[in-house]
Design a protein around this ligand. Structure first.
Ligand code: ADP
Ligand code: MG
Length: 711
């Protein structure tokens, strides 16, 4: 018997058919993948009824003999077949049909027919029923209907899955005592559960299968959650076995110098979190910490204070942001905060982005390699091959949810390789920051390897942003009100949505909005802020501008020269202009809840009262309506994240930032929280006592996916 046939890859066939390719695209490669592709519903072909007018209005399966088969033309071309069962007749209509179908339904043939029976003035009728020759045996199990894709016929997939199921062997990968603690009886082995779900007997309780409460489903969910918790436990062990530099700065020289020049005092939450981080990076085990704090909570200063410890300990710190605008802004802040002190020590703040001029870039790279650059701020240009750090001790990733899982993995791998010399054996500490809070259950499943710090207090003096949802038909009215306020000295953002897959359309809608704003302001649209004699009252910011142009626009906006900044979603993350107090989001119904909250977070950062207008177009669907309502009612990012998760489910919730590979297929972390708790408790024990089983279980369920859990 082979060790684990279930997890062996299938060898590629020589000439792959379109259906085979479609299966491949769906990730259905190994027999075990096929076996784990579960039907989403079932059809009951096991019962054969007698044709009768009393059954009309229901799905019916009956046996009948063809008494007439003709192609008719009224009201449109169709194949009309009349079949008889006992004293009753039924007319079958087919609007699309093939010659061989016509042959199969020739007069005199006996057929098994299944479809929705309708009674009309003319008698009984079925449109497009499923038809099989009567001699084909009636199935003994319910017929599974699988999720499929274009080019992959249900019948082909069904056969492939049955074949895969037959080839699978299920080694024992979970000790019996674990199952006993969960209370899922041994009678539901994985093999049996899958067999049952693919071919449920006719008497099975379909409702329980379809709502996933059946014991066979319970077993599947528990297996899956356990695999994931096992993988996370291992990731954590691996990390704990790694070495990192101990970053200690007992004198706190930099730290104190920075605090002294701040115009504000840290909040209690900021102080606590800075403490948590300092404690962690003082240990010889790499930190892996997620800092969650609502938009405007003040994460940047926390990052700077963490960098202070690292730099004072004699190591380099890297700060990575998802966009160039944000990287630039961080760079300016860090220069202002740290450069005065660093210069005295012959060290500096460097920065690296993709659009830099070669000369500047080379100078920066040299400073990074020599260690003269104590802090390096940048975009993902930081992880390119040409970048070599001297002694990298701490990596801070801002808006980490904007980086995909794969990018984060690369980051980790590359950064440990990018460190030269004797430091090579040591991993840098990692601090990730996000304003998109992750609900507890999700954090447990996806980020169990992370420690979490929470900034649960906003800086004092903030007035909550007042939010209104207004129909786009009142757009002009809104536009004029905004313009009046701007003329009175306030600053506003006007954000246009991303139009799926079309940068051009994107730009078009933003350009139109910009033209309207200019008209309302009584000025001409400005071609280039960079080359304008005076900064305009309004400017248009979008992704395709040169980075010098973007920089000039942001600088003029920060300085308060530009009153209205019309933009595509490039300003979504992180931008901090405290004087801006108005936010208009066009087609707000097209944004996700967390994105809306992020956008709104651009205002309400200063002491003055701020407002956010959600312009929506067209009749709203129920989900969009709930999203906008939630925005109007709540300013609390955690509350909104919970609502978002409930509205969309975890897959969608994480969609933008997770590749999906690490997501659960079967378990629902909200409904299955108890099973999740069980899996988390079992994982360390199984690893300790049965490491081979644990490994086999991960291989079986995750294949190569388990790597993603480390990101
Ligand atoms: P985010 O958490 O969204 O990244 P930022 O770090 O951009 O927030 O901070 C938002 C604004 O609040 C900034 O202008 C920052 O200078 C200011 N800020 C941060 N901490 C405090 C504080 N303790 N008191 C007053 N203002 C603060
Ligand atoms: Mg920020």
């Amino acid at each position: 018997m082979s060790k684990s046939a279930a997890s062996l890859p299938q060898t590629a066939t020589k000439r792959a058919s379109p259906a085979k390719l479609a299966m491949d695209r769906m990730g259905l490669r190994r027999p075990v993948d096929l076996a784990l592709h579960i039907p989403f519903r079932y059809e009951d072909e096991t019962q054969v009824q007698r044709l009768s007018p009393e059954l009309s209005g229901q799905p019916v399966q009956f046996l009948g003999v063809v008494v007439r088969c003709e192609v008719g033309f009224r009201p449109r071309r169709q194949l009309q077949v009349t079949v008889q069962d006992g004293e009753h007749k039924c007319l079958l209509r087919f609007f699309n049909f093939y010659g061989n179908q016509q042959k199969m339904m020739a007069v005199g043939r006996a057929l098994r027919i299944r479809g929705d029976l309708k009674g009309s003035f003319f008698g009984l009728e079925m449109v497009h029923p499923a038809v099989k020759p009567a001699e084909e045996p009636v199935p003994h199990a319910l017929t599974p209907v699988y999720p499929t894709t274009a080019g992959l016929p249900q019948a082909y997939l069904r056969k492939a899955i049955l074949g895969g199921l037959g080839r699978c062997q299920w080694p024992r990968t979970v000790p019996a005592e674990s199952w006993a603690r969960l209370g899922v009886g041994e009678e539901w082995s994985l093999g049996r559960a899958l067999q049952y779900l693919h071919q449920p007997p006719p008497d099975s309780r379909i409702a329980e299968i379809e709502d996933r409460t059946h014991p066979a489903w319970q077993r599947l969910k528990a297996e899956e959650l356990l695999a994931q918790q096992l993988a996370q436990w291992r990731a954590r062990q691996e990390r704990d076995a790694q070495r990192a530099p101990r970053l200690l700065a007992p004198a706190q020289v930099l730290h104190n110098a920075l605090l002294e020049q701040l115009p504000f005092a840290l909040t209690g939450a900021q102080q606590r979190v800075v403490q948590e981080i300092a404690q962690d990076i003082g240990l010889a085990v790499p930190m892996n910490r997620l800092l969650q704090g609502d938009v405007g909570a003040g994460k940047t200063i926390v990052a700077a204070l963490a960098a202070c410890v690292c730099i004072e300990a004699g190591w380099q710190c890297a700060l990575m942001a998802p966009t160039e605008i944000l990287a630039e802004q961080h760079f300016q802040k860090m220069l202002q905060w740290l450069q005065p002190v660093l210069r005295g020590q012959g060290r500096q703040v460097a920065w690296l982005v993709g659009t830099q001029k070669k000369k500047e870039r080379d100078a920066m790279l040299a400073a990074v390699a020599s260690g003269e650059a104590a802090l390096v701020v940048g975009t993902h240009a930081l992880i390119q091959d040409s970048v070599a750090f001297h002694k990298l001790g701490l990596v801070i990733v801002d808006e980490q949810h904007r980086f995909g899982v794969e990018q984060r993995l690369t980051l980790r791998r590359k950064l440990s390789q990018r460190v030269a010399g004797e430091a090579q054996a040591q991993e840098p500490h990692m601090l990730m920051m996000t304003a998109t809070p992750i609900p507890r259950t999700l954090a447990m499943t996806l980020y169990a390897d992370l420690d979490v710090s929470i900034l649960d207090e906003l800086p004092p003096g903030r007035t909550p942003v007042v939010t209104r949802a207004i129909a786009n038909s009142r757009r002009e009215e809104v536009m004029h009100r905004i313009v009046k306020q701007v003329e009175a000295g306030r600053q506003a953002y006007w954000v246009c949505p991303l139009i799926e897959d079309s940068e051009a359309l994107d730009l078009q809608s933003a350009t139109e909005a910009y033209a309207q704003v200019c008209e309302a302001l009584g000025q001409l649209p400005c071609e280039s802020v960079l080359h304008a004699a005076n900064p305009p009252m309004a400017a248009l910011l979008h992704a395709r501008l040169s980075s010098a142009e973007k920089k000039a626009i942001m600088a003029a906006f920060v300085a308060g020269h530009i009153g209205v900044l019309v933009s595509t979603t490039v300003i979504e993350v992180g931008v901090d202009v405290p004087n801006a107090s108005l936010m208009v989001i066009e087609h707000a119904e097209r944004f996700g809840l967390s994105q809306l909250h992020q956008l709104r977070g651009r205002v309400g950062r200063g002491a003055q009262a701020s407002a956010c207008v959600l312009l929506y177009g067209g009749p709203l669907g129920p989900i969009a309506k709930q999203r906008l309502q939630a925005m109007v009612q709540s300013n609390d990012g955690f509350e909104l994240a919970r609502i978002d998760l409930a509205l969309r489910g975890p897959g969608e919730f994480l969609g933008a930032r997770q590749s999906g590979a690490a997501l659960l297929k079967f378990a629902d972390i909200q409904e299955d929280e108890a099973v999740l708790d069980w899996a988390r408790d079992e994982a360390p024990m199984i690893w300790a006592r049965w490491p081979e089983m644990a490994q086999a279980h991960i291989d079986l369920w995750m294949g190569s996916k388990s790597d993603f859990l480390k990101a």
